[in-house]
Design a protein around this ligand. Structure first.
Ligand code: PHE
Length: 476
């Protein structure tokens, strides 16, 4: 018996729509918030170097593997993986990568909506700041004109100390995500990507030029591109870089299988995967080149962690000429990026539920939205009421992680790479070579290179980094 029939499966309107939607999934808070956070706390250049290596050698080949599973299956993520396994005469248990992916992506979406809620809040505060600046006749002044730097720095802690506000902001974002996904692949997800992604790129280029002209660009370039080699070999930095590559490219058995399933047969998956991986990496680096010059120019530090974007940056905008406009534009940009990613995270489970249980898309989206909202409350409250809880102290490296850090760390450092490992073994060794090779659109040397990376390098490197990440003492 095969998994349910693919008839009626939705399709993107064009190859461009697929590339925009998939790039929209990849480009998100992972690039704007997580990448600078991780680069800032893991030594800058060392992390960036490892990150780029992970993208080129591991993540990009896996991106092609995932999109091809989806395109070949034309079903939900799990349905497509089962389908390819059966056609290859292999056990349907290989779909474990998609089962793991569905769980991981649901957990990711829960805390993702919390962070996106912070973005919504800062759109509000920076919007009010812009209004004050304009009505005070000084539109080209700094952000938050009526506030002192200290009170700007206090905005984030004050938000964190207010559970009702955090959950309220989170709920706004969950609802927006659900509404878009409920409208369907073409009418919702594609429409959002086609409008929001060009707007995103436009704002990003504007803000980067602003940072280059007004900020300490040279120091940012130095910070991001001159690696401290003593940190390159740290297991913690390696597993952070790998986790970031998976997170940022939306890998790990979820979004890219789901979106690949809506791609038409004449889309060349090899070249589109390359485009998506390149665009995502470029955005991460450009975001670093937009954020760090501003941070450095006012003498702030790059290693603030998750508050970099919400505390360090607003304080910097306050001191910069034109900061009022740029601060508002920056948070709107982050919001657009977050929304085109969150819809892909939700589509994974919604696609599967509608296929498996025959319920309507809108019922599945609202139902999952509720679960994700409830799970997300744990992350939101881990900054206040539940601050003392340590949900997974038994996993090495997570002894001190609260709910938020646990969800974030366990998904990107364990679940996504583990799912990627299963995908690499499945595509590299188990799945029917003829089907797989034909789906890639690659030929000759490019095909052999890709096969080598997926079959050998990905499994070995991911296993090594997973093991070292969990047991750093192995390195002595
Ligand atoms: N890639 C997205 C980002 O960078 C997050 C994401 C992860 C989306 C996994 C889908 C699946 O923000």
């Amino acid at each position: 018996m095969v998994a349910s029939s693919p008839s009626g499966q939705a399709k993107w309107s064009s190859k461009t729509a697929f590339v925009l939607a998939a790039t929209g999934s990849a480009v998100g808070l992972g690039n704007l918030w997580r990448f600078p956070t991780e680069a800032g706390t893991n030594g800058g250049g060392a992390f960036v170097l490892l990150y780029i290596l992970c993208v080129v050698l591991i993540a990009a080949p896996l991106l092609l593997s995932e999109t091809l599973i989806g395109r070949h299956g034309q079903r939900s993520t799990i349905g497509s993986a089962v389908h390819l396994a059966r056609q290859s005469g292999a056990s349907p248990a290989w779909s474990a990568m998609a089962v793991l992916g569905l769980i991981a992506n649901t957990l990711i979406l829960s805390f993702y909506c919390v962070v996106a809620g912070w973005v919504v809040y800062f759109i509000g505060t920076s919007g009010m700041g812009l209004f004050e600046a304009v009505s005070g006749g000084n539109a080209l002044g700094g952000a938050y004109p009526a506030q002192s730097p200290d009170s700007i720095r206090e905005m984030m802690p004050a938000l964190f100390a207010n559970p009702g506000l955090l959950v309220g902001m989170q709920s706004i974002f969950v609802i927006l995500t659900v509404v878009i996904v409920a409208r369907g692949v073409k009418g919702g997800i594609e429409a959002a990507a086609v409008w929001l992604m060009p707007a995103f790129f436009f704002l990003l280029i504007g803000i980067t030029l602003y940072a280059a002209m007004t900020g300490d660009f040279a120091r940012a370039v130095n910070f991001l591109f001159s690696p401290d080699f003593s940190r390159v070999t740290e297991p913690g930095v390696m597993s952070s870089a790998l986790g970031q590559a998976f997170f940022s490219l939306s890998l790990g058995g979820g979004a890219m299988i789901a979106y690949g399933a809506y791609a038409s047969r004449d889309t060349n998956l090899g070249s589109t995967s390359g485009t998506i991986a390149f665009a995502d990496t470029a955005v991460a680096i450009i975001a670093g080149l937009a954020i760090f010059p501003i941070v450095f120019s006012v003498g702030l530090q790059p290693d603030a962690g998750p508050t970099l974007m919400f505390q360090t940056l607003p304080t910097a905008f306050h001191l910069m000429p034109g900061g009022a406009i740029v601060a508002f534009a920056f948070f709107v940009l982050a919001f657009f990026a977050a929304l085109t990613s969150s819809v892909s995270l939700l589509e994974i489970s919604v696609g599967w539920i509608t296929e498996k249980f025959g319920v309507s898309r809108s019922a599945a989206a609202w139902g999952m939205g509720l679960i994700i909202f409830a799970l997300g409350i744990l992350s939101a409250l881990s900054f206040n009421i539940l601050a003392d809880q340590r949900p997974i102290p038994f996993i090495p490296g997570f002894e001190n992680a609260g709910w938020f850090d646990a969800f974030d760390g366990i998904t990107s450092k364990l679940f996504l790479p583990l799912s990627g490992l299963i995908t690499a073994l499945f595509i590299g060794w188990v799945a029917d070579k003829k089907i797989v090779n034909a789906e890639t659109g690659l030929t000759g040397g490019a095909l052999s290179m890709w096969r080598f990376l997926v079959a050998w390098l990905c499994p070995l490197a991911v296993t090594a980094i997973l093991v070292l990440g969990l047991f750093p003492q192995l390195l002595g």
